[in-house]
Design a protein. Structure first.
Length: 218
């Protein structure tokens, strides 16, 4: 849970430090500008708040790793929900309003996570899991989107090292195989999720794992 809070705080701090022109730059999410990504983070924060107050009965059906469904087609930005995000982001008009909303809802989500009992079972997307597993799963969400945020903003601080390491471990568990030791944690996440194509050398190092990539998480 501490890693959730640390990763989430680092991402929100990075957004808070953006200049207005940065919101019009491309993000690492295909078809989305930085403002669209930040709007998505507002909705993510709302989802965290909703899930943490949605208790569930019965045994957990997923954990922090199996929570993620895996597809093989990277998003293009044409999905109806993705296009809705773009319209919502544009409706804010001023980047300052979007920053304020993320800080407001995002801070509430962070406080709710700190107050939650990690052993409590909650329900989301027709699944049951513990709060601890749910928040651990979101470390991967925050880390990937932090990498998306800085994709074309090299002067903005990246995600915490411990969040990168934990996210890599989760992605390797999802893939069922480790990434090459020569890959940095960020490279493993970017290549593993299709955010960056591997070079010829990297593809050779991936070996059989390369056939499973990209892992499109949803």
């Amino acid at each position: 849970m501490d890693l959730f809070s640390h990763s989430w705080a680092a991402l929100r701090t990075a957004v808070a430090g953006l200049r207005d022109p940065d919101f019009g730059r491309p993000s690492g999410c295909s078809g989305w500008l930085v403002r669209d990504l930040v709007c998505h983070l507002v909705i993510d924060a709302q989802d965290v708040l909703i899930t943490l107050v949605t208790p569930a009965e019965g045994e957990p059906t997923v954990d922090a790793v199996t929570y993620w469904s895996v597809g093989d087609q990277p998003p293009t930005g044409d999905d109806p929900l993705d296009t809705l995000i773009v319209r919502l982001a544009a409706a804010y008009g001023e980047p300052g309003l979007l920053k304020f909303h993320l800080d407001d809802v995002g801070s509430a989500a962070g406080r709710a996570a700190e107050l939650a009992d990690p052993g409590t079972r909650v329900g989301t997307q027709d699944q049951v899991l513990t709060v601890g597993d749910y928040l651990t799963a979101y470390v991967l969400e925050w880390t990937l989107h932090h990498l998306d945020l800085i994709a074309h903003l090299p002067d903005v601080a990246g995600p915490p090292a411990e969040g990168l390491a934990r996210s890599r471990a989760m992605l390797e568990a999802i893939a069922g195989a480790p990434f090459p030791a020569s890959f940095s944690d960020a490279e493993a996440l970017l290549i593993g999720t299709g955010r960056r194509a591997p070079s010829g050398t990297e593809r050779a190092e991936l070996g059989l794992l390369g056939a499973k990539l990209p892992l499109v998480l949803g």
